[in-house]
Design a protein. Structure first.
Length: 70
């Protein structure tokens, strides 16, 4: 789940708590399992780190492959 960059930390924490509660509810876990998915709740800081890492990786890939926007 993403929120605008300027979202206050207390709102981000509340959104995170609500999302974790929702995806770990028994009914939701069953629905995810039926789709072959396993939800995992990380922290907003963990997600930021993953996104930053992936941005670097895919930016390098695009540069190396000479990908140009159309």
């Amino acid at each position: 789940m993403f929120a605008p960059a300027a979202t206050p930390p207390d709102i981000t924490r509340n959104l995170h708590r609500g999302a974790v509660k929702a995806i770990t509810a028994p009914g939701m876990r069953e629905q995810f399992a039926a789709l072959g998915a396993e939800p995992s709740g990380s922290t907003p800081e963990d997600l930021t780190a993953v996104v930053q890492r992936d941005l670097k990786k895919w930016a390098k890939f695009a540069r190396d492959a000479n990908v140009k926007p159309e």
